[in-house]
Ligand binder design. Structure first.
Ligand code: TYC
Length: 114
C-alpha cells in the first residue's frame, strides 16, 4: 500500500477506536452509594417511618421493618443510588430532622461491590 493510504487507514482506525472508547465509557454504570440511617435514643419511631416513606418511597411495612432494624442494630440501609441522588436524600433527611428538632443522623457511603 502506498504511504498516503496507510496513513488514512490508520486515521480511520484511530477514530473508530475513539468512538468505541466513548461508548464504553458512557455504558459504564455510575459508582453507587448507600444511604444509611443511624439510631439514636430520641427521634420518635413514627417520624423515622414517615421519613422512609416520604424520602425513600417505602411502603408502611417496609418502612417499619427498616426503622426497627436501625432501632435494634444501630444502622440500616434506606436505599442505594448514584452519588448526587444519595447526597440529595441525605440532605432532605437532615433538613426534615432539623426542622422538627430531632437528632436523627443520616449518612452516605460507597455501596459494597459497586
Ligand atoms: N431509637 C429510637 C426510639 O427508640 C427510634 C429510632 C429508630 C431512631 C431509627 C432513629 O434511625 C432511627 N425512639
Amino acid at each position: 500500500m502506498e504511504t498516503t493510504s496507510i496513513v488514512m487507514v490508520t486515521q480511520i482506525e484511530n477514530q473508530r477506536d475513539t468512538v468505541l472508547d466513548r461508548r464504553a465509557a458512557k455504558l459504564a454504570p455510575p459508582p453507587m452509594y448507600q444511604v444509611v440511617l443511624l439510631n439514636d435514643d430520641y427521634t420518635p419511631m413514627d417520624f423515622v417511618v414517615g421519613v422512609l416513606q416520604r424520602i425513600f418511597g417505602k411502603n408502611e411495612d417496609e418502612a417499619a421493618r427498616i426503622m426497627l432494624k436501625v432501632h435494634h442494630e444501630g444502622r440500616g440501609v434506606c436505599g442505594v443510588y448514584p452519588r448526587d441522588i444519595a447526597a440529595t436524600r441525605v440532605e432532605m433527611v437532615r433538613q426534615l430532622a432539623h426542622a422538627r428538632q430531632h437528632p436523627l443522623q443520616c449518612v452516605m457511603e460507597p455501596a459494597p461491590d459497586s
